[in-house]
Design a protein around this ligand. Structure first.
Ligand code: PGA
Length: 245
């Protein structure tokens, strides 16, 4: 049985004291969280505090990074500013709220691939695109930025339909399976078998304790990118409890 990864995208939900309070509860429940494949994504400003407080061996990531690694970029955060395991790029909130283009996301992806961290590239169609039968062409376009050379890194593609994020509206397993199959076919046309072994597929969008066990039946899913339910310790714990490994 494969080990499912949970990526906890805390977005801008938790300030420093709430992040520390979350970690204190997690430390107190060490037996449940140990040996799980979990990546916590605190706000940039809280990463240091989370790393210092954590007593369980989990991974830590950045929710986004600058496309440049160093220089005169006021207010931005370099992928190299702190030692982390992975970094999300292309989240729909970055694409929509901050108007990040595929070009910008491509630069960020390459910056992460050149760092010590592994990238998680988010893709997904809006409701309008879905209703116009453009879901597959939308994700194909978003995947067109993938570089040939993955530099030996582990790449994760997080399929997150925009209409499912924060809405409680989770696609059927069949829909997710069709979309992940289409992503997988695209990846097969781009990469060698060796590279493919280093690529994971996640689903994200309104994942919580009420739907995770059903979603686990989608065989192509290697993990979940979880937003609001991951920023509440009790809700997150209820999800973790349902992992078989
Ligand atoms: P959600 O967010 O779980 O709150 O829907 C998921 C995401 O945006 O990654």
């Amino acid at each position: 049985m494969k080990k499912i990864t949970l990526a906890a995208n805390w977005k801008m939900y938790l300030d420093e004291s709430s992040s520390i309070a979350f970690i204190d509860k997690l430390n107190a429940d060490k037996d449940l969280f140990s040996n799980k494949d979990i990546i916590l994504f605190p706000s940039h400003a809280c990463i240091r505090a989370v790393k210092d407080r954590l007593n369980v061996s989990l991974s830590i990531g950045m929710q986004d990074c600058d496309m440049y690694a160093k220089g005169a970029y006021t207010g931005s955060t370099s992928i190299n500013s702190i030692d982390i395991d992975s970094c999300i790029v292309g989240h729909s909130e970055r694409r929509i709220v901050y108007k990040e283009s595929d070009n910008v996301i491509s630069d960020k992806l390459n910056t992460v691939l050149s760092s010590n961290a592994n990238p998680i590239l988010c893709i997904g169609e809006t409701l309008k695109e879905k209703n116009k039968n453009l879901a597959v062409s939308t994700i194909d376009k978003q995947l067109s930025i993938l570089p040939k050379n993955l530099k030996g890194k582990q790449l994760t593609i997080a399929y997150e339909p925009v209409w499912a994020i924060g809405s409680g509206d989770v696609p059927s397993n069949q829909y997710i399976d069709e979309m992940l199959s289409s992503i997988k076919n695209r990846l097969k046309s781009l990469y060698s078998d060796t590279d493919l072994q280093n690529i994971k597929l996640f689903y994200g969008g309104s994942v919580d304790a009420s739907n995770v066990s059903e979603l686990l039946n989608v065989e192509l899913i290697d993990g979940f990118l979880i937003g609001s339910a991951s920023a509440n310790f009790e809700k997150f714990k209820d999800i973790v409890k349902q992992l078989k490994l």
